[in-house]
Design a protein around this ligand. Structure first.
Ligand code: F6P
Length: 345
């Protein structure tokens, strides 16, 4: 049996450990022949791949990034996954002697995995995203690493912010879900945490910042990149203008900071943490989760469980259907946000 491993979407700390786990179990225990495609679907379509065995995955667990490379290259060369696209994929698989795929990726990748399975092309999903917004699984590897980096940023911004009596606004990743902001904010004791699932008005945000000042403290505001304040014209933020109609310099933190400063009179600074959250060595938790995900994926191939995704449920890795994994985005529920709000203002 020949299995192709392919990574798609943004990288996530732990991807190397997942590949290592899948190869150690797949090649050494189950006797599969495994290959890795370079830079996601690009390598698949251009025939760029490497053999994967014990020697190619040696020492990978602590390494950030992903040794195969990843990209947002499209899997489908003609359309959005119609029969002619599937024909191209089947032809290439026949050319490479491939029996099935292990697809490491987030929501978009798992959706593709489902489409392939529905078209009779064997695929198994390994979930990864620092955003932790994939359905069907409790946590995705990469999230813990991103949170620990974001939390360190909160701690560091707090000391400089307090020294200057400034309000510090930290923007973290999270396009559609505010998990990183929620956890970093809660761990770091942020006075305001803003997430896409629960819009707040500029007035409310300023009220919290002022009430912190009234207690003699300085505010630490954590905002997820996908947050939009209520009452703000969506077009304004999308077009890249700040609240004053000036061109946006960066993310939502750079929209909020001047608004907070002008409305509260408190000097405010913005920090956009960006890709620092995705780079570098994974935490021990992510290495273990990713390794277990890889091991389980190789077992799923052995058992013929195509069309499933390896999901963390409690303390077990379970095989959930790709259908369940992609049917809904896992956003922050109201009760979790309520807990964070206890510290607001
Ligand atoms: O989906 C993961 C993620 O890190 C998001 O949080 C972020 O919006 C996006 O990827 C950034 O993508 P890119 O690296 O392509 O700019």
């Amino acid at each position: 049996m020949r299995i192709g491993v392919l990574c798609s979407g943004g990288d996530s700390p732990g991807m190397n450990a997942a590949i290592r786990g899948a190869v150690l179990r797949g090649v050494d225990v189950h006797g599969f022949d495994m290959v890795g495609f370079m830079d996601g679907w690009r390598g698949f379509h251009e025939g760029e791949w490497i053999p994967l065995d014990r020697s190619t995955v040696r020492g990978l667990s602590p390494l950030g990034g992903v040794m195969l490379g990843t990209s947002r290259a499209r899997p489908f060369v003609h359309g959005d996954g119609d029969e002619s696209d599937m024909r191209v994929i089947r032809e290439r698989m026949a050319e490479y002697g491939l029996d099935g795929f292990l697809l490491i990726g987030g929501n978009g990748t798992q959706t593709v995995a489902k489409m392939l399975n529905d078209a009779g092309i064997r695929a198994i999903g390994l979930p990864k995203t620092i955003d932790n917004d994939l359905g069907g699984t409790d946590y995705t590897f990469g999230f813990d690493t991103a949170v620990s980096i974001a939390c360190e940023a909160v701690d560091r911004l707090r000391t400089t912010g307090e020294s200057h009596r400034r309000c510090m606004v930290l923007e973290v990743m999270g396009r559609n879900a505010g998990w990183i902001a929620l956890h970093a904010g809660m761990a770091g004791g942020a006075q305001v945490t803003l997430i896409p699932e629960h819009p707040e008005s500029i007035e409310q945000i300023c009220e919290w910042v002022l009430s912190v000042r009234n207690r003699g403290r300085s505010s630490l505001v954590v905002v997820a990149e996908g947050f939009k304040p209520t009452g703000f014209d969506d077009e304004v933020t999308r077009e890249g203008l700040d609240g004053f109609g000036r061109p946006r310099l960066g993310g939502i933190a750079e929209v909020l900071a001047p608004l907070i400063e002008s409305r509260t009179g408190i000097e405010t600074r913005a920090t956009v943490l960006g890709h620092v959250q995705r780079g570098g060595s994974p935490t021990a938790f992510d290495r273990v989760l990713a390794t277990r995900t890889g091991l389980a994926a190789a077992d799923a191939v052995k058992e013929g469980l195509w069309g499933t995704m390896m999901a963390l449920r409690g303390d077990s890795i379970e095989f959930v259907s790709l259908e369940e994994a992609v049917s809904r985005l896992k956003t922050v529920p109201a009760d979790r946000y309520e807990q964070a709000r206890l510290n607001f203002g």
